[in-house]
Design a binder for this molecule. Sequence first.
Ligand SMILES: Cc1ncc(COP(=O)(O)O)c(C=O)c1O
Length: 375
Amino acid sequence: MNFDQEINRQDTYSFKWERYKGKDILPMWVADTEFRCAEPIVEALRKRADHGVYGYHLPAQYEPANKAVVRWLNDKHNWQIKPEWIVWTPGVVPAFNIACKAYCGEGDKVLIQTPNYPPMLAAPGLNNLIKENVDTVLVDGRWTLDFEQLEQKASDPKTKLFIMCNPMNPVGTVMSQEELSKVEAICLKHGVTLCSDEIHCDLILDETVSHIPAGTLPEIGEQAISLMAASKTFNVAGLGTSFAIIRDAKVRAQFTRAAAGHMPWVTFMGLIATEVAFTQCDDWHQAQLRYLRGNLDYIQQELASIDGFNFIRPQATFLAWIDASGLGVDDVQKYMESKGVGPSPGKDFGWPDHTRINFGCPRSMLEQAIARLKS
Ligand SMILES: Cc1ncc(COP(=O)(O)O)c(C=O)c1O
């Protein structure tokens, strides 16, 4: 458990590192971390790899992983689920695309908050649906949804689905009970299905708040779709394994029917990683949160001393969403890259004058990035 360790990913065909291969630009974009994953996960994968037979397997019958999810949600989110509510999906991105197919018909509208994770912004269009943006607004120094706009757009009879991102990427807000109650009331009133991408829910950095899964909401929880994974938290995203929790049998059947023939079963390696992450890695999880809080304190303090940046501290995720409009440059991404730092372009999320830096990395890498930005 050494989060300071610098690991060379250059020859691993890492999505993040390939973009700037051969260039002196630090890759700080895609949302995976630079951390070696917890040792029990590495050991379990090694042991299974040694078995040498990698044939078909059945995720729904893989009891240890299903039990691990039940255990984790009970312990970490006070949510008592039944194993049959779990639908394994080979990624959260395919899952919210399947939700578009499952709960909408031609010409229907899907609500998406902006700025947002680019594949979420793309999902309605990919499924021949109409995307309706819901703005993010700053209230008392914290990003939240424009609830008036949400209500107004939800009231359109063509609106069938709200794909929510909570904790929010890129702004890092963890939605409160009050905010979720507003979402609940709006969805209920207008018959809008709630699909909640909660992939960042185990990365809560603000110790005064906690994550509330959509599936626990008293009135629409039964019909809601909560999308989760061990992937971000335990840095196992390359194993392509996540899960949806859908309480209502009919809503679940709609989802699995829409997925049939399109979505492969998750890999056994992903199931093993999830099982071990959710049963044997609590200490590693806590240690990583402490490390990320330290990185966040550092980046917040340093960004405050650089002209042109305005940064609002996120409550969750290892992603810093930074207003770079003060730089006064035409192309923020080009400017950042000219400094030797490669963040995610704000324009991909819908706000071109912003930039997103991934601080899920050893402090030394972050220090290097800050030094470059200051130079
Ligand atoms: C909000 C959000 N959803 C989904 C994903 C990716 O999910 P997956 O790799 O499981 O498809 C990401 C990755 O950055 C994300 O930030």
